[in-house]
Every structure is written in C-alpha cells, then in structure tokens.
Design a binder for this molecule. Structure first.
Ligand code: HEC
Length: 160
C-alpha cells in the first residue's frame, strides 16, 4: 500500500477493530455487569418510592391515597422480583465493577433470601397502610425501612 490515503484507511480500520476488541474484552472481563445494573435499577426505584412514602410520613407532602398506594405497590412488585437471579455468584464487591454486594451474601444465602421475604412482608403491610392514611404510613415505615437497612447492614459494602 503505497497510496497514503489507503494507508490511513488501513490504520483507521485497525483502530476500529482494536476498539471493538477492547469493548468485547471488557464485556468478557465482567460477565456480571448486566446483573449488577439490573439490581441497582430495582433498588433505586424502591428508594424513589420509599422517598414518597417517607415524605408523607413526615408530613412534607400531603397524604394522597393514589400516590401512596402506587409507591407501596411498586415496592411490593420489586420485592417480588428480587431473587438470586440478580445476584449471580461471583458478582461481589471487588470482583465485579460497580458492585457493593458483600461476599457474605452468598455465604449466608438462606439469610439473604429470608431478608427478601421480610421485605415482601413489610411491603404488603405498607400497601394496607398506604390505602389508610398518613399516620398508618408513618407507623409502617419502621418495618419497611428496617427491612431495607437490615439487608444493607449485612450484605452491602458501605460507600466510603
Ligand atoms: C435482601 C437484601 C436487600 C434488601 C431487602 C434491600 N436491599 Fe438495597 N441493596 C442490597 C444490596 C446487596 C445492594 C448492593 C448491590 C450492588 O451494589 O451490587 C443494595 C443496594 C441498594 C442501593 C444502591 C443502588 C446503587 O445504584 O448503587 C439502594 C438505593 C438500595 N439498595 C435501596 C433499597 C431500598 C430503598 C430498600 C427497601 C425498600 C432495599 N434497598 C432493600 C440488598 C438489599
């Protein structure tokens, strides 16, 4: 290839191939990226809904049966989705990029699953409270918030 334009093209092509390869190599290095992203999305949506319920409990926003019931139903729906499927073995903090899940989650898997059951029960109780009034939501917050923090305390690496 004596033609400089052709040389340049060839160089560009090899850069493109190299970038495609590195993108592929990154995917191969972290096979858990999708699972980590999925669980983060589920957790963040629960945090958003818990925020609505918390604001009602604190009287920061007025009790609204429709908004409260929607938030409680969202948490219950997400709780019912949570399982080991979003927590494949090997996707712990330090191994999988962006993961804050602690290795104990897999070592004590039965307890982790029991904490998912606790979350489902708390979310069901919150659904009843959400259809009642602000005081009922306030009374139900400890159980629901407690279900979140009990699991985080045991199985989530605190962000430093
Ligand atoms: C059964 C265990 C468990 C329960 C219950 C639980 N979480 Fe989590 N949560 C985790 C774990 C583990 C992580 C860390 C996941 C990771 O980084 O890969 C996490 C991470 C999070 C994050 C950070 C997400 C991010 O993008 O880094 C938020 C926000 C969160 N949880 C909110 C909640 C809320 C709100 C509740 C209750 C309504 C809740 N969680 C209940 C286990 C749980």
């Amino acid at each position: 290839m004596k033609n400089p334009a052709a040389l340049k093209l060839a160089a560009l092509a090899s850069v493109a191939v190299f970038s495609a390869f590195t993108a592929f190599a990154q995917d191969v290095e972290d096979p858990f990226a999708d699972a980590v992203e999925t669980r983060h999305g589920l957790m963040l949506q629960m945090a958003t809904d818990l925020g609505v319920l918390g604001a009602i409990a604190k009287g920061e926003i007025a009790y609204d049966a429709t908004a409260a019931s929607k938030a409680a139903a969202n948490v219950a729906a997400i709780a019912s989705v949570l399982s080991m499927a979003q927590f494949p073995a090997g996707s712990e903090n330090g191994t999988s990029a962006d993961s804050f899940a602690l290795p104990d989650l897999w070592a004590k898997q039965d307890d982790f699953l029991a904490k998912i059951v606790d979350l489902n029960n708390a979310a069901d109780a919150m659904k009843t409270a959400a259809a009642t009034d602000g005081d009922a939501i306030k009374a139900s917050m400890a159980q629901l918030g407690g279900a979140c923090s009990a699991c985080h305390k045991a199985y989530r690496q605190p962000e430093s």
